[in-house]
Design a protein around this ligand. Structure first.
Ligand code: GLU
Length: 428
């Protein structure tokens, strides 16, 4: 496949390239849809790839120059939309894959956006708040012509939060001369953020898991859950699943994993993490587990909520869950996905399972554009409606085409984008 725009970086041998994987899923959907080759060719390429230098003065007076990316995959259905990731493993290929995923995700849940993603290869824990602010502001300023409320709307992703969105919003607004809250979503409520946005991705995961269990006549009450990650997504999913009566037996973060076969006290764990520099290791009443052990725990639902490529060809045979709910983007590799499928493990695909975040981003944008702000109950209700609807569409599609849920979800998302592209026609 011609990846001209990504020629800055070649895939490293032996490494599972997220962009190649994303293209494989796209090709699979295209085959299922008997899609025109030309359309597939268009959809396989990001429309725009921007890489900028970010010179930043560190607290010690030295200047460091970082590279920042923003990849805009497709805007046929509306403005580009997607998060901004700060993580040391960020590469242009990864960001390009994640941008493509956003296109299918937005189309799948029926919100009028295209797909994009941004990122800087840094470990935010190694920078002071002041340094992070300078990095974020310079990054935003370099992208000033490429983003905007009807052009491309960033949001939080791994390593960023409402704080970074506030800096982005302020930088953009100062540059154009007036307040533009709609340029980002996931911002603080004080400047036009939406109630419910912080918990939204985790809430969406809970809803999809609940619907999937219901399909088999089961409920969340007493369901055994294992979550890899305890950040914005994994932490919120843990809280909401626990509230719904599920037994969250194990969770993990960078400090390690913790396990209690009787279920962890998630409320107490939240307090413990807040008091311990957001680390969960050593939580009373739990035993430590390694990341590998955590992924291999017998459970009803395994929820990888950290990064991509966690369940691979090498460890997939150890997975002992009935369901794998992809709260992260791309946590199950293509090979592992096929192996799980063959073993009858249902994978709830990322573009469905973690879409709650971008759905509430959309609701935030809608509230901002209409200058009417809703209470949290309404936000949650609207989001739940879109998520449940998308879930049932995926199930229907899966039954109709006799394909796994991921292929069904892709077929819906890719199919809608393909339809829009062919209705609009190729310019000029
Ligand atoms: N970063 C989130 C995702 O991967 C949210 C994106 C958004 O809200 O725009 O879906």
């Amino acid at each position: 496949m011609n990846q001209a725009l990504l020629s800055l970086e070649t895939a490293s041998p032996g490494h599972i390239c997220p962009f190649d994987q994303a293209c494989s899923y796209l090709e699979q959907a295209a085959k299922e849809l008997r899609m025109d080759q030309g359309l597939l060719e268009v959809m396989s390429h990001p429309r725009k790839v921007v890489t900028v230098s970010i010179p930043v003065k560190l607290d010690n007076g030295q200047v460091q120059v970082l590279a920042g990316h923003r990849v805009q995959h497709c805007d046929v259905l509306g403005p580009y939309k997607g998060g901004t990731r700060y993580h040391p493993a960020v590469t242009l290929r990864e960001i390009s894959a994640l941008a493509m995923l956003m296109t299918w995700k937005c189309a799948l849940v029926g919100i009028p956006y295209g797909g994009a993603k941004g990122g800087i290869a840094i470990d935010p824990a190694r920078y002071s708040v002041g340094e992070l602010e300078r990095i974020t502001r310079r990054y935003t300023s370099e992208l000033i012509k490429d983003i905007g409320p009807s052009v491309d709307i960033p949001a939080p992703d791994v390593g960023t939060s409402a704080r970074e969105m506030a800096w982005m919003m302020d930088t953009y607004s100062m540059n154009v001369g007036h307040a533009v809250p709609g340029v980002v979503t996931g911002k603080p409520i004080s400047i036009g953020g939406s109630r419910g946005r912080e918990m939204a991705t985790g809430r969406g995961v809970m809803i999809i898991v609940r619907e999937a269990l219901a399909e088999r006549g089961e409920t969340l009450a007493g369901a055994k859950i294992v979550i890899q990650g305890f950040g914005n997504v994994g932490g919120a999913a843990a809280v909401l699943l626990d509230e719904a009566g599920a037994k969250v037996m194990a969770v993990s973060d960078v400090s390690g994993g913790i396990f209690n076969p009787e279920g962890l006290d998630i409320q107490a764990l939240k307090v413990y993490a807040a008091e311990n520099n957001r680390r969960i290791a050593g939580f009373p009443g739990s035993v430590p587990v390694s990341n590998a052990e955590l992924l291999a725990l017998p459970c009803d639902v395994l929820i990888p909520a950290a990064l991509e490529n966690q369940i691979t060809e090498d460890n997939v045979h150890e997975v002992q869950a009935k369901f794998v709910a992809e709260a992260a983007n791309g946590p199950v590799t293509l090979a592992a996905d096929l192996a799980l499928e063959a073993r009858g493990v249902t994978v709830l695909p990322d573009i469905l399972a973690n879409a709650g975040g971008v759905v509430v981003s959309y609701l935030e944008w809608v509230q901002g554009l209409s200058y009417v702000f809703w209470d949290e109950e309404r936000v949650n209700r609207e989001m739940e409606g879109l998520m449940v609807h998308a879930y049932h569409e995926v199930i229907k599609q899966s039954k109709m085409r006799q394909v796994p849920l991921r292929v069904a979800a892709y077929t819906l998302g890719v199919g809608r984008v393909a339809q829009a592209l062919s209705d609009r026609g190729l310019y000029p």
